[in-house]
Write a protein of this length. Structure first.
Length: 275
């Protein structure tokens, strides 16, 4: 992917910005699952000792953006403690998302994940929440574009191979919630509360995805497409995508009993994978 002319252009533009310790390609393009119109997710890593100079970053972004007058970058922390900050750009007709990461904070979280300690926080854009193990996955899948001090290479050694304590922690964290959510959805169904049924069903399915990824030693870094991806794992649930589609059709027609029967079937199949 590093032969991509746009990536070379982006790297040249941002590598000289004060505070940029490393630049990586992330998202679907780093994982090899992108299509022609996929975004370019560019991670900018900095340290607490040498924070990112966002004023200089703005100058660099305006210099390459298709529409400099509307180009903006955020302050560090403006998007919360997990997404941190960044920018949405159009460069040479392509959507480019910049994401800031404090490498010191990332390393602390990664060490915790390696020890089997994970957190889950509310975060806009992540309906199920932001799991701290996402930062592990970002590093594991990231393609370094600029890493002069071998920062990303060193962090990758914390993420790969996939740590067994993390696997066990994620299963323990999310496995129990599947049945709990189903039971809450069943109670909401009796009251014809479609919104609550749907919310509980989503939480159950998001937890299914988390457990399937953990069982297979894969990092889940985005809820979008997670169940589709999990359906292709070596250890997975038969007809998972079809079953999920049926659940949402039945909830849409208020056939809650049938929908939750299918969801219970998924929960039971998951149990057989763990046995």
């Amino acid at each position: 992917m590093t032969h991509d002319p746009l990536l070379s252009h982006l790297t040249s533009a941002f590598a000289a910005v004060p505070g940029v310790s490393a630049i990586v390609l992330g998202g679907s393009r780093a994982r090899g699952s992108a299509h022609a119109t996929s975004d370019y997710d560019i991670g900018l890593y900095f340290s607490a000792e040498s924070p990112l100079d966002t004023d200089r970053l703005l100058v660099a972004a305006k210099a390459i953006a298709d529409d400099p007058d509307t180009t903006a970058v955020t302050a560090i922390g403006e998007w919360g403690p997990w997404i941190v900050g960044g920018a949405w750009l159009m460069v040479r007709g392509h959507k480019v998302d910049l994401l800031y990461r404090n490498a010191d904070a990332v390393e602390v979280v990664m060490e915790s994940c390696r020890a089997g300690v994970v957190s889950m926080d509310y975060q806009p854009g992540h309906p199920h929440g932001f799991c701290s193990a996402i930062w592990m996955g970002e590093i594991a899948y990231a393609e370094p574009l600029h890493d002069p001090a071998h920062l990303i290479a060193r962090l990758k050694s914390l993420a790969l191979p996939y740590p067994r304590p993390l696997r066990e922690a994620l299963i323990q964290r999310f496995r129990w919630e599947i049945l709990f959510s189903i039971e809450n959805a069943e109670l909401a169904g009796l009251r014809e509360e479609q919104n609550h049924v749907a919310g509980c069903a989503y939480r159950a399915l998001a937890c299914v995805a988390q457990v399937l990824f953990a069982i297979n030693g894969r990092y889940l870094i985005n809820e979008k497409g997670a169940l589709q991806e999990a359906s292709e794992f070596p250890l997975t649930i038969p007809d998972l995508v079809e079953e999920v589609a049926t659940i949402w059709r039945r909830i849409g027609t208020k056939a809650y009993g049938t929908a939750l029967t299918h969801l219970r079937r998924i929960e039971q199949e998951l149990g057989s994978l763990e046995a």
